[in-house]
Design a binder for this molecule. Structure first.
Ligand code: PEP
Ligand code: CO
Length: 448
């Protein structure tokens, strides 16, 4: 069915499309996509609209976006403890930002669908053997053998099922009492509790509990959804367009097309060509969209893409997620802020302090240092203040587990210690304690 400006959920198919797997069997792929398109949507249009309205508030500085989760989710880690621990750390960060940063926080996970990865090359060398690149669990396995690396369309369906299972548990946790503010102390994990960060968090949690008790004692009803439930949204990079198309549905209540694979979708730094398939697909769905902007961007190009994706300049539709690196943010961010301001673009500004702060250790671990991440964040806030624009959100790769993937933080994790629990299949994540420490630092910046 055609909509305005000749968009259909399939119109991307006639354009050049980057970063797709080389599926070996077209028929098999189409059968799987047909199966997925007959299955229920994962999220509903009404929820997507709610999120967009909240993001519109953040554009005005009346709320703050916290987006985070794995670089790349894995099927084998789609377990209750893993999902619970990621949720715990995001809730801890969010409550810290809300209480100490004094703003409502919009909570968006990189979760329940973050299974597809862009790669810089179609192949990679592992132990002297050239293999097809790992493109995320929704495409192939990261096992370094040729057979496991062949893209398998059955994995798309498995990705749908894993996303549904994750989302189901997230909904149960966030609606069923686990996310209630009176559980604020229970989100502190055993291995974090004894640390300086864990203790700061305990103090903050106690203050919140005391405030809740006070409200109850003076007669306020503390049994309300605002205190007993938490709004939590999902997001992933909209990369494999066949999968995204299969989950794109027309809203039966208000009309319009929504990509119901997740609430918020983002466009990667490698797939945002103005005449490419990704921009074509995303311009027609009504979800809030993130767009990564790295050091190689061209300002006129960004403006043109924004016009294409958001011709009505609706606030909440576009979040620009800048990822320039601690060294280069000072050079790249101010001109971009000025250009968007001059053109009157309603965008939410979020900082991804992860993707341009990568380095390799002597032992070969891909890592990021806590100090570089914090430095990019701090400059992000300062540069916004200087330009009179609004630093409205942050975007992290993190996990609730006690991993050793990023260096630094309160425990001063060193390069040599990274081997202890280095689990990521893609980029290095902050562990629970480092994430919490980051939240306390951001809360201080938010108050200014
Ligand atoms: C990512 O967020 O995992 C990612 C690949 O980011 P970017 O497109 O900014 O490189
Ligand atoms: Co990443």
């Amino acid at each position: 069915m055609k909509t305005t400006n000749n968009w259909t959920k399939s119109s991307w198919r006639s354009l050049p499309v980057l970063q797709q797997p080389n599926w070996p069997d077209e028929n098999e792929l189409n059968n799987v996509l047909q199966t997925i398109s007959d299955l229920p949507p994962l999220v509903f249009a009404g929820e997507i609209r709610d999120l967009k309205n909240k993001l519109a508030k953040a554009v005005q500085g009346e709320a703050f976006l916290l987006q985070g989760g794995d670089c790349s989710e894995e099927f084998c880690r789609c377990t209750a403890p893993n999902i619970r621990d990621t949720l715990k750390v995001l809730l801890q960060m969010a409550v810290t930002l809300t209480y100490a940063g004094e703003k409502p926080v919009i909570k968006v996970g990189r979760i329940a669908g973050q299974y597809a990865k862009p790669r810089s090359s179609d192949t990679e060398m592992i132990n002297g053997v050239e293999l097809p690149s790992y493109r995320g669990d929704m495409c192939n396995s990261e096992e370094p053998d040729p057979a496991s690396r062949i893209p398998d369309p059955a994995r798309l369906l498995q990705g749908y099922n894993m996303s549904a299972a994750s989302l189901n548990l997230l909904r149960a946790f966030t609606r069923g009492g686990f996310g209630a503010l009176d559980k604020v102390q229970a989100w502190n994990q055993e291995f974090v509790k004894e640390s300086p960060m864990g203790q700061s968090y305990e103090r903050l949690a106690k203050q919140i509990s005391r405030a809740m008790k006070f409200m109850h004692n003076v007669g306020f009803n503390t049994n309300t959804p605002q205190l007993k439930e938490v709004e939590f949204y999902t997001s992933h990079e909209a990369l494999f367009l066949g999968y995204e198309e299969a989950l794109t549905r027309e809203d039966s209540l208000e009309g319009g097309w929504y990509d119901c694979s997740g609430h918020m979708l983002w466009i990667g730094d490698r797939t945002r060509q103005i005449d490419g398939a990704h921009i074509e697909f995303l311009r027609g769905v009504l979800n809030p969209l993130g767009m990564k902007v790295g050091p190689k961007h061209d300002i006129d190009d960004i403006l043109a893409i924004i016009d294409r994706l958001n011709p009505t300049n609706e606030a909440g539709r576009i979040t620009l997620i800048t990822r320039f690196g601690a060294k280069d943010i000072e050079k790249h961010l101010p001109p971009l802020l000025r250009a968007m301001k001059k053109e009157g673009k309603n965008v939410l500004w979020s900082c991804d302090p992860m993707h341009a702060n990568i380095r390799k250790t002597d032992a070969g671990h891909k890592t990021r240092s806590f100090d570089d991440i914090l430095s990019e964040l701090r400059q992000f806030f300062e540069l916004h203040w200087a330009e009179g624009t609004i630093p409205g959100g942050v975007h992290f790769e993190l996990t609730g587990a006690d991993v050793t993937e990023c260096t630094g933080g309160a425990r001063q994790l060193a390069d040599e210690q990274l081997g202890r629990n280095y689990l990521t299949t893609c980029d290095p994540r902050l562990n629970a304690e480092q994430s919490l420490e980051m939240a306390f630092q951001i809360a201080e910046m938010m108050k200014k």
